[in-house]
Design a protein around this ligand. Structure first.
Ligand code: ADP
Ligand code: MG
Length: 260
């Protein structure tokens, strides 16, 4: 895939995620204040902002773990503001967390099979029929092949490097074939080299899925996304293309301290 293709969001411009007037208060604390956000089909969007700006709270509102105090959330034109997380997942919303969700004593493929199985009506069965398992395994291998990880399909997760483990974790979310994937600091705690593995994977992943990533490592943001939204004290204070963010005076002053 060419770099131009990577940075050319879906030409239909269909809106994937739309937030309007989202506010969230915890008692007297206004954590989100009239947030508007619009993400197109297949877009890669970065959310940056200082610690405590409200980024994770915003993800919790989008994913349905927190109800907003006011405002609306739409996914592909459908209002989902009051839907529980599992209903949103069925509509194509997936997320990764800052804490790991892998089972290190199982193999890579077994972890992925569990994720795939969770999507089907057999999810509460301990034993999956052999033919079913074979189909899950094939799908898991296909996913691993997409990100050049098929060679470690049968390794224990704990034998993988940290970057590869993070890749598998993201792949478990992608296994659900979401239309929108929320990634909360996908390279947190990784070495620079491991972060590159994750960055490259996100960059190259096909455009059927939109991704919104919270990230404080700006090199990751610049490599993966085409637009950046800046949150500060729960408000959107800037929204810019990656090229424009360098020159945005608001961003330089309140967040980057002139470091760009
Ligand atoms: N459940 C909660 N109850 C009260 N305050 C909260 C809760 N969750 C987050 N906050 C507060 O909201 C603010 C934003 O937090 P968060 O969304 O985690 O910020 P970020 O992810 O940008 O670092 C912080 O001041 C945090 O203490
Ligand atoms: Mg956070």
């Amino acid at each position: 895939m060419t770099v131009a293709a990577l940075h050319d969001p879906d030409s239909t411009g269909e809106t994937c995620l739309q937030l309007t007037g989202i506010s969230k208060r915890f008692g007297n604390l206004h954590v989100l204040d009239d947030v508007a956000l619009s993400v197109r089909h297949g877009e890669r969007r970065g959310i940056i902002g200082p610690n405590g700006a409200g980024k994770t709270t915003l993800f919790n509102v989008i994913a349905g773990e927190l109800a907003p105090t006011s405002g609306k959330v739409h996914l592909y034109g459908r209002e989902i503001t009051r839907l529980p997380p599992h209903s949103r997942a069925r509509l194509g919303l997936a997320r990764t967390f800052q804490t790991t969700t892998l089972l290190p004593g199982l193999t890579v493929v077994e972890n992925l099979v569990l994720s795939l199985q969770a999507l089907t009506p057999t999810r509460f069965q301990c034993f999956v029929p052999r033919t079913r398992y074979r189909a899950f395994r094939e799908e898991a291998l296909r996913l691993l092949g997409q990100v050049q990880l098929d060679h470690c399909a049968d390794w224990l997760v704990r034998a993988l490097g940290h970057g590869e483990q993070r890749q598998v974790e993201i792949l478990m979310a992608l296994a659900q074939r979401p239309k929108l994937l929320l990634l909360d600091e996908p390279t947190a705690g990784l070495s620079a080299a491991d972060a590159v593995l994750v960055t490259d994977m996100l960059r190259a992943y096909h455009r059927d899925v939109a991704m919104v990533l919270i990230e404080h490592d700006l090199s990751v943001v610049f490599n993966v996304v085409e637009r950046i939204t800046v949150l500060h004290y729960g408000r959107v204070v800037a929204e810019e293309s990656v090229e424009g963010i360098h020159d945005n005076p608001v961003v330089q002053e309140i967040y980057l301290g002139g470091k760009l």
